[in-house]
Design a protein around this ligand. Sequence first.
Ligand code: 5GP
Ligand code: ZN
Length: 114
Amino acid sequence: MPEADCIFCKVVSGAIPATVVKRDPHFVAFKDINAQAPTHLLVIPTEHITSLDQARDDAMLGRLLGFTRELARDVGIAERGYRVVVNTKADGGQTVHHLHLHVLGGRFMTWPPG
Ligand code: 5GP
Ligand code: ZN
């Protein structure tokens, strides 16, 4: 069920406009509004799941990663490489409480992150 106040549920429904680059019945990938790299996409399940910590379906998480791998190939960052980040709850820096994967590419990523 969508959550009434969740901005990513509104992206799924189309109530908030987003630049969607890939979608299937279970997952949507769209451009982050505040890009931190030449390619910065967010991948979300269409179902509202608050964070990775609340995810209960491990098979779905596997399909989410598979979708993300195909997405990276589709947008042309797979050959050089990319970073996938899942900020989780307060210490993880999560600000939108609908599970999402950041996919960052198009430049060299430094380590460690902040
Ligand atoms: P978090 O900090 O929760 O890991 O990441 C949330 C991300 O969502 C941020 O990178 C932020 O720029 C992005 N974001 C927040 N609101 C919107 C929005 O309305 N549209 C899009 N496309 N991205 C958003
Ligand atoms: Zn949601």
